[in-house]
Design a protein around this ligand. Structure first.
Ligand code: 48C
Length: 361
């Protein structure tokens, strides 16, 4: 009785018995020699039992031995509307470049899915900002608004480069977030202050940031966060479309046009015009970008050349030959000087109007 119930419970054995029964009756009907069909049955049994052995091996180790190193990825269950292949979220703007880099606009991504993915890897994000000389006055608004909108719920290190360490306000940070003050020299000319950011970001990335964070975002300080800026910006190397040029053609871009300069871009080249106050990526890529830009600036300095828009010109030159893997829409670096076009659904990060002469000397 036990053997019978064992057979019923074991699908393989049951299958074998069924086949054997069928074969036996078939050959009996057909009158073929008994030993011939016995031989066939033995073959069938060998096949089934080999497979059964394989299966039992699998079951006894739980997984195939060569797959056992794969970690079980447990993605929490998230409910969201399915994307519609024939009905893209945005049809009013370009959402991918010819080299297949996404262009991030409101409505083109699900932040919940992205947060889940980046929490899976426990991502650590660094945000660099320079507050040299009178620009320390922008820090309070910058940090307070970043606490509300920048990478909320993730680990963030604010890296504040300044010559005035005693002017850095005290802040209270949410869990997993902190501010690191990095004392650096102040250059005389504002052009040098802004351009030397590349060198300082490179040097600190090599000696410190590479050990502390996975991604870096490098931005201007005279700004305020007004809406969420989250992990949707993260990619190997990213830039942001300048609010003043995203609607213009390439010959209107204010690239450096002198062939003698390392930042030179001829009128027939160029993809987009990127804002100097917003770039980033994984540390290795940020080191490559800042190193390139710094070396290009130093080469020009040797020839007494300074590109038209300082570090922004060199950044645009870099992105021509080292295409960004993700591009942020002007939502991510806006200035009200350019009004409120309909395609910009939200101004996430906004320039603070200042009287230049008052803060720049
Ligand atoms: O920190 C300073 N101090 C200065 O005297 C001049 C520039 N800067 C830094 O460079 C700030 O972080 C500025 O945001 C950045 C240059 N960008 C601007 O001044 C406008 N956002 C274009």
């Amino acid at each position: 009785m036990r053997i019978f119930s064992k057979t019923l419970s074991n699908p393989r054995r049951l299958l074998f018995c069924l086949c054997a029964g069928l074969l036996l009756s078939w050959f009996t009907l057909k009158g073929t020699g008994l030993h011939a069909n016995l031989d066939l049955l033995c073959q069938l049994h060998r096949i089934l039992s080999t497979e059964a052995d394989l299966l039992s091996q699998h079951n006894s180790t739980g997984t195939n031995s060569h797959l056992s190193h794969l970690k079980d990825v447990k993605l929490p269950r998230i409910l969201y509307t399915k994307s519609d292949v024939f009905n893209p979220q945005r049809t009013d703007v370009l959402t991918v470049t010819p080299w297949l880099a996404p262009i991030v606009w409101h409505g083109t991504f699900n932040r919940h899915i992205l947060n889940t993915q980046f929490h899976q890897i426990d991502v650590r994000v660094g945000l660099t900002v320079f507050a040299i000389k009178k620009y320390t006055r922008f820090l309070n608004t910058f940090i307070e608004s970043a606490e509300k909108f920048f990478m909320v719920g993730h680990k963030v290190n604010y890296y504040v480069f300044t010559d005035r360490v005693n002017e850095i306000p005290n802040f209270t940070f949410a869990k997993g977030r902190r501010l690191v003050v990095l004392e650096v020299p102040a250059y005389e000319r504002w052009q040098d202050v802004t351009m030397r950011r590349m060198e300082m970001i490179r040097d600190f990335s090599i000696k410190r940031f590479v050990k502390e964070v996975d991604y870096l975002a490098c931005v201007d300080v005279d700004m305020v966060f007004l809406d969420e800026v989250g992990v949707e910006i993260l990619s190997n190397v990213f830039g942001a479309l300048h609010p003043g040029f995203f609607e213009k053609s390439r010959n209107e871009f204010t690239y450096e046009r002198r062939p003698q300069s390392s930042a030179y871009i001829p009128v027939e080249l160029g993809d987009f015009y990127f804002a100097g106050g917003y770039f980033g990526g994984v540390i290795e890529e940020v080191i490559k970008l800042t190193n390139y830009c710094h070396n290009a600036m130093m080469a020009d300095k040797q020839q007494n050349i300074e590109a038209l828009w300082q570090d922004e010109s060199y950044l645009n030159r870099y992105f021509l030959s080292h295409k960004p893997t993700k591009i942020l829409s002007p939502e991510y670096i806006w200035n009200n000087y350019y009004g409120s076009p309909a395609v910009v659904k939200t101004k996430r990060f906004l320039g603070i109007d200042k009287i230049y002469d008052e803060v720049r000397f």
